[in-house]
Ligand binder design. Structure first.
Ligand code: BGC
Length: 441
């Protein structure tokens, strides 16, 4: 194995402190442009809702669409920060569901809502409010509408971009004969995550998703939202869906460029493609492929699993990276599952190193982005902040949280202790109910 080659790749994935600081600076500049309506890779979309008081109450249906699964839930808010999911149906979305027509997609979802109402015996005569978490960039002029700006995460259902997704859902519900549901609130998953944690934690002011996709939202002073054109003067603070996955001022490697060219939204979601779970497997595959072609891995034999995209996911990356056994048996097992029965110890060691740089860079960029938003809100970090984080990278990848803490420490010194990282597992569902309750009150 040519160690120099792998070391060179590793170096190209590292972010020294000086580049992290530069990234934060350009993050701030893009945030500022986005808020004033200038050209920016950060859309900075007003969410038409502020933070909850904590006493919101009621019983709501919640629809959560935006990743590999979608969920229908009933959420009961009891006030005093208590929220309970009293019923839940979760469905996997297949490629055909997300790449067909929008009508098919919304009919499928409406059908599942109808089933949910029947299974949990919710009478068709009982009026219900629904909170709709839709985890894609959308232009809202109010909390009850939003037109899709563009699909991400390889969704491509036709006839949805530029249309109001609430109307699309309501029409589909009507077609299914569901007439007792009113969509009370439409929100991004980061907004839901922030609302859910903010319901119980007054110090929470950043909601982050590190999962299939990545993004964040935070409360902004409305005077700073200079692009505001709404009719009514909004409340003092409003949540902003940043759409940070599209941030495009990061140093990219040749592998990032290759990956981007093969995606359906090439040139967009640059940061997401370096950070989120949907892409980590593919970056790992592209690096491995390069090493195989240079005869620096598997003696140059090209295993079928590496020749085409798709066999490698974030789960494989994490499972291989965490193999600390002497003989790297777990990596060997995963490789065997991928059809590579004869890997040497050196091959397995290289694969581990590749998985590690891909994962560590993801955590590093995620941390730089989080630090940028905290520093934007509180430049000297004088207050305490809770960051509500949801998504499989943070929840399931061993060591990911540890890396975030380490990078925050390196960047902010002792002040990093004022920042708490809180897992907000499934928070976006509860957040959708909270949004519906805020609007109803
Ligand atoms: C979407 C965001 C979403 C994020 C996490 C991104 O692809 O653009 O709206 O919040 O994924 O689900």
């Amino acid at each position: 194995m040519d160690n120099r080659l792998l070391s060179r790749i590793e170096r190209s994935f590292k972010l020294p402190l000086s580049s992290t600081k530069k990234i934060i600076k350009s993050f701030h500049s893009e945030m500022s442009k986005g808020l004033s309506g200038g050209k920016s890779s950060l859309a900075m979309l007003p969410a038409f809702i502020g933070m909850p008081a904590g006493d919101e109450a009621g019983r709501f249906i919640v629809l959560d669409l935006g990743g590999t699964n979608f969920r229908v839930q009933e959420v009961v808010l009891e006030g005093g920060g208590k929220a309970q999911v009293t019923a839940e149906n979760r469905f996997g979305l297949k490629k055909k569901d997300i790449t067909g027509t929008g009508k098919e997609l919304f009919d499928f979802i409406a059908g599942k809502i109808k089933d949910f109402m029947q299974i949990y015996k919710i009478s068709p005569n009982e009026k219900r409010c629904l909170g709709f978490t839709f985890s894609f960039p959308m232009d809202q002029t109010d909390i009850t509408n939003g037109s899709l700006i563009r699909w991400t995460k390889e969704f491509s259902a036709t006839g949805v971009v530029g249309r109001d997704v609430v109307s699309l859902l309501e029409s589909a519900l009507k077609r299914k004969g569901v007439n007792n549901i009113r969509v009370a609130a439409l929100l991004n998953d980061t907004v839901g995550t922030l609302l859910a944690k903010g319901y119980t934690d007054r110090e929470c002011d950043l909601g982050v998703i590190l999962g299939t996709g990545t993004n964040a939202s935070y409360p902004e002073d409305t005077v700073k939202i200079r692009k505001w054109r709404g009719a009514k003067k909004p409340a003092r603070r409003m949540l902003i869906n940043m759409e940070w996955g599209n941030f495009n001022k990061l140093p990219r490697t040749v592998y990032d460029e290759r990956l981007d060219r093969a995606t359906s939204n090439s040139g967009m979601q640059t940061m997401e493609k370096m950070v989120s779970g949907f892409y980590l497997g593919e970056i790992t595959r592209l690096i491995s492929l390069d090493l195989i072609k240079k005869k620096a891995l598997f003696s140059g034999d090209m295993p079928a699993a590496f020749a085409r995209p798709g066999r490698f996911g974030a789960r494989e990356v994490f499972n291989m990276e965490r193999d600390n056994s002497k003989r790297l048996n777990e990596i060997g097992k995963i490789l065997t599952g991928l059809g590579i029965s004869r890997s040497t110890h050196s091959d397995r060691g290289s694969i581990k190193r590749i998985c590690r740089v891909v994962k560590v860079r993801s955590a590093h960029i995620g941390t730089a982005a989080m630090a940028a938003v905290i520093l934007w809100m509180d430049p000297k970090i004088e207050r305490r902040h809770t960051i509500a984080i949801d998504g499989s990278l943070f929840e399931k990848s061993p060591g990911y949280r540890k890396y975030i803490k380490l990078f925050l420490r390196n960047l902010l010194g002792i002040k990093a202790d004022r920042i708490k990282l809180a897992l907000a597992n499934g928070g976006s569902g509860k957040g959708a109910a909270i949004a519906a309750a805020i609007i109803n009150s």
